[in-house]
Design a protein around this ligand. Structure first.
Ligand code: SF4
Ligand code: SF4
Length: 182
């Protein structure tokens, strides 16, 4: 019980969640984590220390750099499974994610920092779609704020077709009836 409370506390803060999401695919140094969170180095350091105190991260020093990794397997599993489903469907089966036209992109990074789902990576001054299944199905936020019109998504009809073919409206009605206790 105490362990579960500790985990919920760790995941209840947006900066901590961003840090943990960054670390699901392995150990990283502070210098790699900070730019991905959109927070200052001191804010990230405070949260890294808290996560270490909670027993969720462990660290090691190499020269001037400190490397962090997730030491609690339950947390790693929770974070990596978070986006594996959309409603009742396997997210892997849905081809909804941004595509970047690199001829138009100027590397401003707005898409990287504006996405709260760690979809993009940013290396050598340019974005890349690194975790496509993290993209929220139906969301086009990064397309809207890309001033270069470099980001595109499938047509809206693509999602509507999936909803129709899988009777998701029936499923959602039943879910809501259960919440209301009908
Ligand atoms: S917001 Fe658009 S122009 Fe800026 S990095 Fe992303 S894709 Fe490139
Ligand atoms: S559409 Fe939304 S969730 Fe998907 S990559 Fe863009 S900002 Fe992130």
């Amino acid at each position: 019980m105490l362990k579960s409370l500790r985990i919920f506390k760790a995941l209840s803060d947006e900066t901590r969640l961003k840090i943990l999401s960054e670390l699901t695919d392995g150990e990283k140094c502070v210098c790699e984590i900070v730019p991905k969170t959109g927070r200052t180095q001191s804010t990230v350091s405070i949260q890294l220390n808290k996560l270490e105190d909670m027993g969720i991260l462990s660290s090691r020093r190499e020269g001037k750099s400190i490397y962090y990794r997730i030491s609690d397997d339950r947390v790693r599993k929770l974070i990596s499974e978070e986006y594996s489903k959309w409603m009742i469907l396997d997210r892997e089966d849905i081809e909804w994610y941004p595509e970047i036209d690199m001829q138009r992109c100027n590397g401003c990074g707005l898409c990287v920092l504006g996405c709260d789902r760690r979809v993009f990576d940013y290396t050598d001054g340019m974005p890349a779609v690194k975790h496509p299944i993290n993209c929220r199905v139906g969301c086009k936020a990064c397309e809207v704020y890309c001033l270069q019109n470099a980001i595109s998504f499938p047509d809206d009809e693509y999602v509507k077709k999936i909803i129709r073919e899988n009777n998701l409206f029936e499923w959602s009605k039943k879910q809501l009836e259960r919440y209301r206790g009908d």
